[in-house]
Write a protein that binds this ligand. Structure first.
Ligand code: ADP
Length: 231
């Protein structure tokens, strides 16, 4: 299977504090990888390193299968600022095409935004202000925004955190459909271990370095997986 992402011997730090050390793993086309681990273990930092939003101290991140850093879709962890963003749904989704909220958009960008809105079933709310939406609707809009940038690889940071169980299930169903029907590979950071083991093909469990990397089945049979996933 052709690799879509390969992370080799990655070390990352803030100022002098090393957060990740010697992290290596790879992902094939169309696979779903979940990154799990304790709070503060560096999951978000790793995802930002893959997305090219933070510098790498050592090691490398490379893409295959026609993916480049510009064609990776990224759904950030929600912040209060984003929740209050004064733009309508359509504009937020469209900004995923260029990464800029007020940039120039081509006809192709608009077409991609339209398709992403359709794909995630948010046509009815596409003129509404983003800040007026429920948490679940906002996450769906941010998923459509990420999809605007990509055909092949989505990086999702805590996509269901803060959502109630029903809304979480709907969000997972949307991601699952993109992954299985459209073959979009997914790297998801999550606290929701039950969701991670239910949907992922592979698990990366990090502490200060890699504590486990392998298939979900192997993880559930490992001591760490049994402890963490409670099986
Ligand atoms: P996780 O996503 O696993 O909870 P993070 O990647 O958010 O972990 O954070 C890893 C470590 O890096 C934590 O100790 C956190 O406090 C620290 N950290 C995160 N962001 C910054 C930052 N912008 N500046 C300095 N330290 C940070």
């Amino acid at each position: 299977m052709e690799k879509i992402v390969e992370v080799k011997n990655l070390t990352m730090s803030y100022e002098r504090m090393e957060v990740l050390k010697d992290v290596s793993f790879s992902l094939g086309q169309g696979e779903w990888l979940s990154i799990v681990g304790e709070n503060g273990s560096g999951k978000t930092t790793l995802l930002k390193g893959i997305a090219g939003l933070l510098p790498l101290k050592e090691g490398s991140v490379s893409f295959g299968g026609g993916v480049t850093r510009k064609t990776v879709g990224y759904l950030p962890q929600q912040t209060a600022v984003q929740r209050d963003f004064p733009a309508c749904v359509h504009e937020v989704v469209l900004s995923g095409c260029t990464g800029s909220m007020f940039g120039f958009h081509t006809r192709a960008d608009k077409h991609r935004a339209h398709e992403a809105i359709h794909e995630l079933g948010i046509e009815e709310i596409h003129h509404r202000p983003y800040c007026d939406l429920s948490g679940g609707q906002q996450q769906r809009v941010l998923l459509a925004r990420a999809l605007c940038a990509t055909q092949k690889l989505l990086l999702l940071d805590e996509p269901v955190t803060g959502l109630d169980p029903l809304v979480s299930a709907e969000m997972y169903a949307s991601i699952h459909a993109l992954n299985k029907k459209r073959g979009v590979a997914v790297i998801m950071v999550s606290h929701d271990i039950a969701g991670a083991v239910k949907y992922s093909d592979k698990i990366l469990h990090i502490g200060s370095s890699v504590e486990f990397f392998g298939t979900t089945e192997e993880y559930l049979e490992s001591e760490l997986g049994r402890r963490f996933a409670g099986k």
